[in-house]
Design a protein around this ligand. Structure first.
Ligand code: MEV
Length: 301
Protein backbone atom coordinates (compact mmCIF):
# COMPACT_ATOMS: atom_id res chain seq x y z
CA UNK A 1 0.00 0.00 0.00
CA UNK A 2 1.20 3.53 -0.81
CA UNK A 3 0.16 6.61 1.19
CA UNK A 4 0.86 10.04 -0.24
CA UNK A 5 -0.10 13.52 0.82
CA UNK A 6 -0.06 17.01 -0.69
CA UNK A 7 -0.66 20.49 0.78
CA UNK A 8 -3.27 23.16 0.19
CA UNK A 9 -2.36 26.77 -0.50
CA UNK A 10 -3.09 30.40 0.32
CA UNK A 11 -2.46 33.62 -1.60
CA UNK A 12 -0.48 36.10 0.49
CA UNK A 13 -0.97 38.66 -2.30
CA UNK A 14 -2.18 39.00 -5.87
CA UNK A 15 -5.18 36.74 -6.56
CA UNK A 16 -7.28 38.00 -9.50
CA UNK A 17 -4.47 40.34 -10.60
CA UNK A 18 -2.41 37.24 -11.49
CA UNK A 19 -5.08 36.36 -14.09
CA UNK A 20 -3.91 39.49 -15.95
CA UNK A 21 -0.21 38.66 -15.71
CA UNK A 22 0.47 40.66 -12.53
CA UNK A 23 2.64 39.27 -9.71
CA UNK A 24 1.19 37.15 -6.92
CA UNK A 25 2.68 35.26 -3.96
CA UNK A 26 1.22 31.85 -3.24
CA UNK A 27 2.23 29.62 -0.29
CA UNK A 28 1.74 25.92 0.47
CA UNK A 29 0.21 25.39 3.94
CA UNK A 30 0.44 22.55 6.46
CA UNK A 31 -3.14 21.35 5.86
CA UNK A 32 -2.87 18.26 3.64
CA UNK A 33 -4.90 15.74 1.67
CA UNK A 34 -3.84 12.11 2.25
CA UNK A 35 -4.44 9.42 -0.36
CA UNK A 36 -3.92 5.67 0.18
CA UNK A 37 -3.64 3.47 -2.90
CA UNK A 38 -3.43 -0.32 -3.04
CA UNK A 39 -3.93 -3.01 -5.68
CA UNK A 40 -7.48 -4.32 -5.96
CA UNK A 41 -9.45 -6.44 -8.46
CA UNK A 42 -11.50 -3.40 -9.54
CA UNK A 43 -11.45 0.39 -9.11
CA UNK A 44 -12.82 1.53 -5.74
CA UNK A 45 -12.72 5.11 -4.40
CA UNK A 46 -13.61 5.90 -0.76
CA UNK A 47 -14.04 9.34 0.79
CA UNK A 48 -16.39 11.21 3.15
CA UNK A 49 -18.73 11.38 0.15
CA UNK A 50 -19.02 7.58 0.15
CA UNK A 51 -17.78 4.70 -2.01
CA UNK A 52 -17.75 4.58 -5.81
CA UNK A 53 -16.00 3.09 -8.80
CA UNK A 54 -14.67 5.40 -11.49
CA UNK A 55 -17.31 8.09 -11.04
CA UNK A 56 -16.96 11.60 -12.50
CA UNK A 57 -19.84 12.97 -10.43
CA UNK A 58 -18.99 11.68 -6.96
CA UNK A 59 -15.19 11.56 -7.27
CA UNK A 60 -14.31 13.66 -10.35
CA UNK A 61 -10.68 14.51 -9.53
CA UNK A 62 -9.62 10.99 -8.54
CA UNK A 63 -11.50 9.50 -11.51
CA UNK A 64 -9.87 11.94 -13.94
CA UNK A 65 -6.45 11.33 -12.34
CA UNK A 66 -6.89 7.55 -12.81
CA UNK A 67 -7.85 8.09 -16.47
CA UNK A 68 -4.79 10.31 -17.06
CA UNK A 69 -2.47 7.80 -15.31
CA UNK A 70 -3.58 5.12 -17.78
CA UNK A 71 -1.15 6.83 -20.21
CA UNK A 72 1.66 5.47 -18.01
CA UNK A 73 0.36 2.21 -16.47
CA UNK A 74 -2.61 -0.19 -16.64
CA UNK A 75 -4.56 1.41 -13.75
CA UNK A 76 -7.52 -1.02 -13.83
CA UNK A 77 -7.56 -2.42 -10.32
CA UNK A 78 -6.88 -0.03 -7.48
CA UNK A 79 -8.48 0.93 -4.17
CA UNK A 80 -8.15 4.59 -3.17
CA UNK A 81 -8.94 6.03 0.27
CA UNK A 82 -9.09 9.82 0.66
CA UNK A 83 -8.69 11.69 3.91
CA UNK A 84 -8.40 15.49 3.83
CA UNK A 85 -7.69 18.23 6.35
CA UNK A 86 -8.71 20.87 3.78
CA UNK A 87 -12.24 22.29 3.61
CA UNK A 88 -13.62 21.64 0.11
CA UNK A 89 -14.43 24.47 -2.31
CA UNK A 90 -13.24 27.27 -0.07
CA UNK A 91 -10.21 28.61 -1.92
CA UNK A 92 -7.51 26.56 -0.18
CA UNK A 93 -6.65 24.41 -3.19
CA UNK A 94 -8.36 21.24 -1.95
CA UNK A 95 -8.97 19.86 -5.45
CA UNK A 96 -5.33 20.42 -6.47
CA UNK A 97 -4.06 18.72 -3.29
CA UNK A 98 -6.34 15.73 -3.92
CA UNK A 99 -5.35 15.51 -7.58
CA UNK A 100 -1.62 15.78 -6.98
CA UNK A 101 -1.69 13.37 -4.05
CA UNK A 102 -3.64 10.79 -6.11
CA UNK A 103 -1.21 11.07 -9.03
CA UNK A 104 1.79 10.61 -6.72
CA UNK A 105 0.21 7.56 -5.01
CA UNK A 106 -0.48 5.91 -8.39
CA UNK A 107 2.95 6.97 -9.67
CA UNK A 108 4.58 4.98 -6.85
CA UNK A 109 2.14 2.05 -6.79
CA UNK A 110 2.61 1.42 -10.53
CA UNK A 111 6.31 2.47 -10.65
CA UNK A 112 5.70 5.09 -13.38
CA UNK A 113 8.78 7.18 -12.51
CA UNK A 114 7.07 10.56 -12.98
CA UNK A 115 9.08 13.62 -11.91
CA UNK A 116 7.60 16.40 -9.76
CA UNK A 117 7.37 18.64 -12.86
CA UNK A 118 5.41 15.91 -14.68
CA UNK A 119 3.11 15.47 -11.66
CA UNK A 120 2.40 19.23 -11.55
CA UNK A 121 1.64 19.27 -15.30
CA UNK A 122 -0.56 16.17 -15.13
CA UNK A 123 -2.38 17.66 -12.14
CA UNK A 124 -3.07 20.79 -14.16
CA UNK A 125 -4.46 18.63 -17.01
CA UNK A 126 -6.72 16.76 -14.56
CA UNK A 127 -8.09 20.06 -13.20
CA UNK A 128 -8.78 21.12 -16.79
CA UNK A 129 -10.53 17.79 -17.50
CA UNK A 130 -12.83 18.33 -14.51
CA UNK A 131 -13.36 22.09 -14.42
CA UNK A 132 -12.99 23.10 -18.06
CA UNK A 133 -10.62 25.86 -16.85
CA UNK A 134 -7.87 25.99 -14.26
CA UNK A 135 -4.86 27.96 -13.19
CA UNK A 136 -1.61 25.94 -13.05
CA UNK A 137 -0.73 27.65 -9.74
CA UNK A 138 -2.61 25.41 -7.31
CA UNK A 139 -1.26 22.12 -8.66
CA UNK A 140 2.27 23.53 -8.99
CA UNK A 141 2.42 24.88 -5.41
CA UNK A 142 0.82 21.70 -4.03
CA UNK A 143 3.39 19.55 -5.84
CA UNK A 144 6.47 21.59 -4.95
CA UNK A 145 5.58 23.03 -1.51
CA UNK A 146 6.97 26.39 -0.35
CA UNK A 147 6.36 30.01 -1.22
CA UNK A 148 6.34 31.14 -4.86
CA UNK A 149 6.35 34.42 -6.71
CA UNK A 150 4.03 34.10 -9.70
CA UNK A 151 3.97 33.99 -12.64
CA UNK A 152 7.79 33.57 -12.59
CA UNK A 153 7.63 30.67 -10.04
CA UNK A 154 10.63 32.08 -8.21
CA UNK A 155 10.91 30.38 -4.83
CA UNK A 156 10.92 32.62 -1.71
CA UNK A 157 11.66 31.88 1.94
CA UNK A 158 9.19 32.75 4.70
CA UNK A 159 9.56 31.06 8.07
CA UNK A 160 7.85 31.00 11.43
CA UNK A 161 4.76 33.04 10.76
CA UNK A 162 1.42 32.08 12.25
CA UNK A 163 -1.41 31.85 9.75
CA UNK A 164 -4.99 31.75 10.98
CA UNK A 165 -7.49 30.81 8.31
CA UNK A 166 -11.14 31.75 8.75
CA UNK A 167 -13.63 29.73 6.74
CA UNK A 168 -16.92 31.55 6.06
CA UNK A 169 -18.46 28.17 5.12
CA UNK A 170 -20.01 30.00 2.19
CA UNK A 171 -19.10 28.42 -1.14
CA UNK A 172 -18.28 30.58 -4.12
CA UNK A 173 -17.54 29.99 -7.78
CA UNK A 174 -14.04 30.98 -8.94
CA UNK A 175 -15.27 31.02 -12.54
CA UNK A 176 -18.09 33.45 -11.72
CA UNK A 177 -15.87 35.79 -9.69
CA UNK A 178 -13.15 35.86 -12.37
CA UNK A 179 -15.88 36.63 -14.95
CA UNK A 180 -17.29 39.42 -12.76
CA UNK A 181 -13.86 41.06 -12.52
CA UNK A 182 -13.45 40.77 -16.31
CA UNK A 183 -16.84 42.46 -16.81
CA UNK A 184 -15.95 45.28 -14.40
CA UNK A 185 -12.65 45.72 -16.25
CA UNK A 186 -14.48 45.96 -19.60
CA UNK A 187 -16.82 48.56 -18.18
CA UNK A 188 -14.20 50.68 -16.41
CA UNK A 189 -10.96 49.68 -18.14
CA UNK A 190 -8.68 52.45 -16.89
CA UNK A 191 -9.80 52.21 -13.27
CA UNK A 192 -9.79 48.42 -12.96
CA UNK A 193 -6.54 48.01 -14.90
CA UNK A 194 -4.83 50.42 -12.55
CA UNK A 195 -6.25 48.62 -9.49
CA UNK A 196 -4.94 45.28 -10.79
CA UNK A 197 -1.59 46.84 -11.56
CA UNK A 198 -1.45 48.32 -8.03
CA UNK A 199 -2.11 44.83 -6.63
CA UNK A 200 0.88 43.69 -8.71
CA UNK A 201 2.97 46.48 -7.12
CA UNK A 202 1.81 45.45 -3.64
CA UNK A 203 3.05 41.93 -4.39
CA UNK A 204 6.34 43.35 -5.60
CA UNK A 205 6.80 45.28 -2.32
CA UNK A 206 5.53 42.22 -0.46
CA UNK A 207 8.33 40.11 -1.92
CA UNK A 208 10.88 42.45 -0.33
CA UNK A 209 9.12 42.22 3.05
CA UNK A 210 8.85 38.42 2.77
CA UNK A 211 12.57 38.13 2.03
CA UNK A 212 13.35 40.29 5.09
CA UNK A 213 10.90 38.45 7.35
CA UNK A 214 9.23 41.85 7.99
CA UNK A 215 5.81 40.58 9.13
CA UNK A 216 4.53 44.01 10.10
CA UNK A 217 5.01 45.31 6.55
CA UNK A 218 3.60 42.10 5.06
CA UNK A 219 0.48 42.61 7.21
CA UNK A 220 0.04 46.24 6.18
CA UNK A 221 0.40 45.29 2.51
CA UNK A 222 -2.14 42.46 2.98
CA UNK A 223 -4.62 45.04 4.33
CA UNK A 224 -4.10 47.34 1.34
CA UNK A 225 -4.49 44.35 -0.98
CA UNK A 226 -7.77 43.48 0.76
CA UNK A 227 -9.10 47.02 0.20
CA UNK A 228 -8.42 46.72 -3.50
CA UNK A 229 -9.98 43.24 -3.72
CA UNK A 230 -13.08 44.71 -2.08
CA UNK A 231 -13.07 47.52 -4.62
CA UNK A 232 -13.31 45.06 -7.53
CA UNK A 233 -16.25 43.27 -5.95
CA UNK A 234 -14.76 40.00 -4.70
CA UNK A 235 -15.24 40.67 -0.97
CA UNK A 236 -18.32 39.82 1.07
CA UNK A 237 -19.89 40.79 4.38
CA UNK A 238 -18.91 37.43 5.92
CA UNK A 239 -15.29 37.80 4.81
CA UNK A 240 -15.12 41.40 6.10
CA UNK A 241 -16.51 40.39 9.48
CA UNK A 242 -13.78 37.77 9.91
CA UNK A 243 -11.07 40.07 8.53
CA UNK A 244 -11.91 43.00 10.82
CA UNK A 245 -12.27 40.79 13.89
CA UNK A 246 -8.83 39.22 13.22
CA UNK A 247 -7.24 42.66 12.82
CA UNK A 248 -8.89 43.89 16.04
CA UNK A 249 -7.09 41.13 17.97
CA UNK A 250 -3.65 42.16 16.79
CA UNK A 251 -3.11 40.26 13.54
CA UNK A 252 -0.37 41.90 11.44
CA UNK A 253 -2.83 41.86 8.54
CA UNK A 254 -5.82 39.99 7.14
CA UNK A 255 -7.35 39.50 3.71
CA UNK A 256 -9.40 37.06 1.70
CA UNK A 257 -7.53 34.26 -0.08
CA UNK A 258 -8.38 32.80 -3.47
CA UNK A 259 -11.36 33.88 -5.51
CA UNK A 260 -13.32 35.51 -2.65
CA UNK A 261 -17.08 36.01 -2.57
CA UNK A 262 -17.12 33.48 0.27
CA UNK A 263 -14.55 30.82 1.03
CA UNK A 264 -11.70 31.71 3.33
CA UNK A 265 -9.77 34.66 4.71
CA UNK A 266 -6.27 34.55 6.17
CA UNK A 267 -4.70 36.47 9.04
CA UNK A 268 -0.96 36.72 9.60
CA UNK A 269 -0.22 36.83 13.30
CA UNK A 270 2.59 36.52 15.80
CA UNK A 271 2.60 33.13 17.56
CA UNK A 272 1.58 34.88 20.81
CA UNK A 273 -1.60 36.20 19.13
CA UNK A 274 -2.88 33.24 17.10
CA UNK A 275 -5.20 32.00 19.88
CA UNK A 276 -6.83 35.45 20.28
CA UNK A 277 -7.16 35.86 16.51
CA UNK A 278 -8.63 32.38 16.17
CA UNK A 279 -11.16 33.08 18.98
CA UNK A 280 -12.14 36.38 17.32
CA UNK A 281 -12.76 34.65 13.99
CA UNK A 282 -14.94 32.08 15.75
CA UNK A 283 -16.94 34.78 17.60
CA UNK A 284 -17.51 36.52 14.25
CA UNK A 285 -19.10 33.37 12.85
CA UNK A 286 -16.16 31.77 11.03
CA UNK A 287 -14.44 28.44 11.43
CA UNK A 288 -10.81 29.15 12.40
CA UNK A 289 -7.90 26.89 11.45
CA UNK A 290 -4.42 27.75 12.68
CA UNK A 291 -1.69 26.58 10.34
CA UNK A 292 1.68 27.50 8.94
CA UNK A 293 3.49 27.73 5.66
CA UNK A 294 5.27 24.56 4.59
CA UNK A 295 8.09 23.60 2.27
CA UNK A 296 6.73 20.06 2.07
CA UNK A 297 5.07 19.47 -1.29
CA UNK A 298 3.66 16.14 -2.41
CA UNK A 299 5.33 13.22 -0.61
CA UNK A 300 5.00 9.48 -0.16
CA UNK A 301 4.59 9.00 3.59
C1 MEV B 1 -8.25 31.55 -7.33
O1 MEV B 1 -7.70 30.67 -6.34
C2 MEV B 1 -7.25 32.58 -7.73
C3 MEV B 1 -7.70 33.50 -8.88
O2 MEV B 1 -6.64 34.43 -9.08
C4 MEV B 1 -7.97 32.73 -10.15
C5 MEV B 1 -6.74 32.12 -10.79
O3 MEV B 1 -5.61 32.59 -10.58
O4 MEV B 1 -6.93 31.19 -11.58
C6 MEV B 1 -8.94 34.27 -8.50
Amino acid sequence: MITSSAPGKIYLFGEHAVVYGENAICCAIELRTHVQAEFNDHIEINSVLGRSGLNFEKHPYVSAAIERMKEFAPVDGVKININSELPVGSGLGSSAALTVSTIQALNHLFHCGLSLEQIADLGYNVEWDVQGNASPTDTYVSTMGGVFMLPSRRKLELNDCGIVIGDTKKNSSTKKLVTNVAELKNRFPEIVTSILSTIGKITYCGEYSVCNGDYESIGKLMNINQGLLDSIGVGSLELSQLIYSARSKGAYGAKLTGAGGGGCMIALADASKTVDVSDAIKSAGGVPITTNITDKGVVVE
